[in-house]
Design a protein around this ligand. Structure first.
Ligand code: FAD
Length: 293
């Protein structure tokens, strides 16, 4: 009865953290507070997203460059095919390579929300993430990560077609996949089984999103099912940010614990540039900062 709540082996997990490039000085300060707090957990890499429509090209670059200059962290720059010719993508990846960046998260991307609708390739650009991976690999020896969807990408014609697409991206030279966030561990483990059956042996890191706002989550979720029990956990907390943050941490920690029990040891956190949730979950999973680890 006195078994520990988390019952994990201290120190046997590894993590990575995703950030987005800040728009204002205030957001920049917040991002760097988060990076400073999370860095002692020795993430295997930290990734920086690329705004819809390529809108953050310079800001992603600036953030990744500052991580290289000021920390020992390994940055991964997200890059999409949206609104860029192959020549423009070449220029971007050359600049990253020269700046010392060695890891790219290669994505197709989506049209900016204002444009709505479906992805339409640039006339001289890449038509899919798999093509982008091949293009980047042909240019430089980057380590490449790609996206995966345990609950299927909305544009996919079937689960099998989506899995074939993931395989194409890995065959083109990507070395791991990171999943869209999910709340059903069953969906994730079923996806891993199917991937293995399809011959995919590359790591598929679960993307963990500590939910703090359901309106934001619904906007981002695509096909990800938001279970009724999860929403019920947050009932009545809209105007109570303190308890809401604690409940969010418990819900995400519970998800991670179930993944851990299923054998998962690598976790990727969508931090939204805040350290507290991710840090607390890592702590519960037995990870300790370098100074005391
Ligand atoms: P793809 O792998 O190209 O696949 C998109 C869809 O098209 C899939 O349904 C696939 O099955 C289908 N498809 C592809 N090729 C073919 C083909 N030849 N024939 C038939 N069907 C095909 N977006 C951003 O704008 N910036 C970011 O920084 C960003 N980071 C992300 C990080 C992660 C971990 C994840 C999971 C997503 C991220 N996204 C980001 C969102 C992503 O850009 C969208 O989900 C986009 O709609 C799909 O990108 P993809 O790389 O998965 O595309």
């Amino acid at each position: 009865a006195d078994a520990p709540l988390f019952g994990v082996q201290p120190g046997d997990i590894s993590v990575s953290f995703e950030f987005f490039p800040p728009k204002t000085e205030k957001m920049e300060t917040q991002l760097w507070e988060a990076i400073t707090q999370l860095a002692p957990l020795s993430p295997s890499f930290v990734s920086v997203t690329y705004g819809a429509g390529g809108s953050t090209r310079e800001r992603t670059h600036a953030t990744v460059s500052r991580i290289i200059r000021e920390t020992d962290l390994v940055p991964a720059a997200h890059l999409t095919c949206v609104a860029a010719s192959k020549a423009q993508i070449d220029e971007i990846v050359d600049r990253y390579w020269e700046a010392g960046v060695r890891h790219i998260v290669a994505l197709r991307g989506d049209p900016p929300p204002a444009d709505g609708g479906r992805f339409v390739p640039h006339p001289e650009g890449y038509a899919s993430a798999a093509d982008l991976v091949a293009g980047i690999k042909a240019r430089h020896g980057f380590d490449i990560s790609v996206a995966a969807y345990p609950e299927i990408h909305p544009d996919a014609t079937s689960a099998e077609a989506d899995l074939d697409n993931l395989k194409r991206k890995l065959d083109a030279g990507a070395s791991r996949a990171i999943t869209q966030f999910f709340f059903s561990t069953d969906a994730y483990f079923r996806f891993l089984d199917k991937a293995l059956a399809a011959g995919i042996t590359a790591p598929i890191l679960p993307g963990i999103m500590p939910v703090t706002s359901f309106s934001a989550i619904r906007r981002m979720s695509g096909n990800t099912e938001i279970p009724a029990w999860l929403e019920a956990m947050f009932e009545g907390l809209d105007d109570r940010p303190g308890p809401r943050a604690l409940v969010a941490a418990v819900a995400a920690a519970d998800l991670c614990k179930r993944l851990y029990d299923g054998g998962v040891r690598d976790f990727h956190f969508y931090t939204l540039n805040r350290a507290e949730q991710a840090y607390a979950i890592c702590q519960l999973l037995g990870l300790r900062p370098k100074e005391i680890g």
